[in-house]
Design a protein around this ligand. Sequence first.
Ligand SMILES: Cc1ncc(COP(=O)(O)O)c(C=O)c1O
Length: 400
Amino acid sequence: MQIAERMNVIAESITLKVSAKASALKRAGVDVVGFGAGEPDFDTPAFIKDAAKTAIDKGQTKYTPTPCLPELRQAIADKFNRENHLPYKPEQISVGAGGKHALYMAFMATLNAGDEVLIPTPYWVSYPEQIKLAGGVPKFIPGDEKNGFRITPAQLDAAITPRTRGLIMNSPSNPGGHAYTPDELKALADVVVRHPNVMVYSDEIYEKLLYGGLKFVSFAALHPQLLDQTLTFNCHSKSFAMTGWRVGYVGGPKDAIDAINKLQSQMCSHITSFTQIPAALALNDPRGAESIEAMRQQFEKRGAHMWKRLTELPKVTCVKPQGAFYCFPNVSAYFGKNAGEIAIKDAISFSSALLEQSHVAVVPGNDSGFDTHIRLSFATSMEQIDKGLDRVARFLVELK
Ligand SMILES: Cc1ncc(COP(=O)(O)O)c(C=O)c1O
């Protein structure tokens, strides 16, 4: 069958290949320690699950309006107002099937062919591919490990050209685990407001998972002008351990939201009907905030422990995670060595060898713009973290 040319502009995910191999090993009965997961290992809070059961029993199983039930849009607008100081009204909210879909629709609705979008590295794997599908051109701003992967205002200023139409902000970050302080974000915002043609896509889905007392601030709240220049993304996936429910949302200027809703009306119509009231409840009910905080505290302990163990490994460096649930160590000191038959030349060969020989699954940083780093998720138990890192330590010692 003919395959559309547009499929050639996006790359096949290396990450998926590695996780497919890990799954095959697990199915074959091998005891694999998985550090690949990009999702909380906690269950969705019971009150949210109960609300979904009630919604089904009450017959909320039919079509809803494209921008979702008014209760959900109102709850999201209230959340943005209350927690993020973003005065969005319900008509400034669009809802997608997860953060990923909300981002995709936004790129499709706001980018023209050839529009350049700046992406600080390391980045979440889907940004460049989604931007390319929308006809845009990703341009990268290299994050420096020595500066905790955070880009500087001078770097941002230098990267903006007359062709720049967008900037991706993602703090806390996947895969870097880094986060900006409010002052650092403000300094970047000051650069952006000098360029009113640059739209900011602020991916704030790890908002609730911040460590070391760091305070969260929404990018669009940093300057009144940014409200008209920014689309703010969030989702229930990570905060409420609801990855499979597929609830993501975006707030922003009404013309952009109208365009996104127009696309959604021809795409999915709306997200699953019986997730909408539970999703609204999650944002409003104090039990939502309580469950987030309990999970955050666990992640903070695990992240600090994983980071300590990683930095004790010879010749491995790692930025201390300040948010999300990932460590992103640099393993390039081991490139040029051999693991049995496998020559280790980059993060992909390192990850393959680690999986095949020591049964530890990690994600190579290649898809995130860093072929020298690997990503380890600490959304797993302390026991698994220790077991996996014991194996990594032995693997490194045995490299020739
Ligand atoms: C930075 C970032 N943005 C967006 C997403 C997409 O989230 P969702 O699962 O809600 O589609 C992810 C998921 O891993 C992510 O890490």
